[in-house]
Design a binder for this molecule. Structure first.
Ligand SMILES: [Zn+2]
Length: 235
């Protein structure tokens, strides 16, 4: 659990926003950007280490807070895309900038990405294998009609040839029907698989969430960090 105390910088004519966590204070914004209506200790933000949940509480009863434009009385639940404003003059908090600073040392587990990566690539291989098998089966009518010529010649029997050609024709029709019926299925299946991969194979840091598709799982583990936000990765 990370606790952030948010308020106006102390002892300065031109205060910035001061955010303190475990004794370490960072400052945000230009000097003088924080109005005097924002208290020195205005609110407390509590967040889970993996940023999975976050809440805001005011520190004294008369500090005004607004979450997504609505007045938040004493405690509110926050998500990363919430707008947060402090005091009646509605000083707007840059939540993402603050969280980036205080969660930069945070490590994220990425073992689940291994299964997503493997599942996607195995899925593509399985699809290709299925496709290859079907293509091999589709060659049956051609093989049957070709061999019917030799067979009827060797056995001196035209009936065998006729029967084989009819069978080959039936096979040909069945394969053609299967092909027509499945014409759209393959591309749609592949597209859905690509989209799912795009949504799931992403940086687990919710402040980043970028698609990691150009990186193989083993490279992410080797690099031990997100190539975009530099969050630490552990297995
Ligand atoms: Zn990232």
């Amino acid at each position: 659990m990370i606790e952030l105390i948010v308020g106006r910088e102390e002892g300065k004519e031109q205060p910035r926003l001061a955010v303190t966590s475990s004794g370490k204070t960072s400052y945000f914004g230009e000097p003088g950007s924080v109005p005097k209506e924002v208290s020195r200790k205005h609110c407390r933000i509590l967040l889970e280490d993996d940023l999975s949940s976050m809440s805001i509480t005011d520190i004294t009863d008369n500090n005004f807070m607004y979450v997504n434009g609505q007045e938040c009385k004493s405690k509110g639940h926050l998500t990363l895309d919430c707008t947060v404003e402090l005091s009646p003059v509605r000083y707007s908090l840059d939540l993402a900038a603050i969280l980036r600073v205080f969660t930069s040392g945070q490590a994220f587990h990425i073992a689940h990405l291994y299964h997503i990566y493997q599942g996607y690539h195995q899925g593509k291989i399985d699809y290709q294998v299925k496709q290859n098998r079907f293509n091999a089966l589709s060659a049956i009518p051609g093989v049957l009609s070709m061999s019917s010529i030799g067979l009827s010649f060797a056995m001196n029997d035209q009936t065998i040839r006729m029967v084989m050609i009819i069978i080959a024709g039936l096979f040909g029709i069945v394969f053609a029907i299967i092909r027509i019926m499945n014409a759209g299925k393959g591309p749609n299946f592949l597209r859905a698989m690509d989209e799912r991969f795009h949504d799931e194979y992403v940086c687990p840091n919710p402040l980043c969430g970028r698609f990691l598709g150009s990186w193989q799982y083993k490279d992410l583990i080797k690099g031990k960090a997100c190539p975009f936000c530099k969050s630490k990765y552990i297995e």
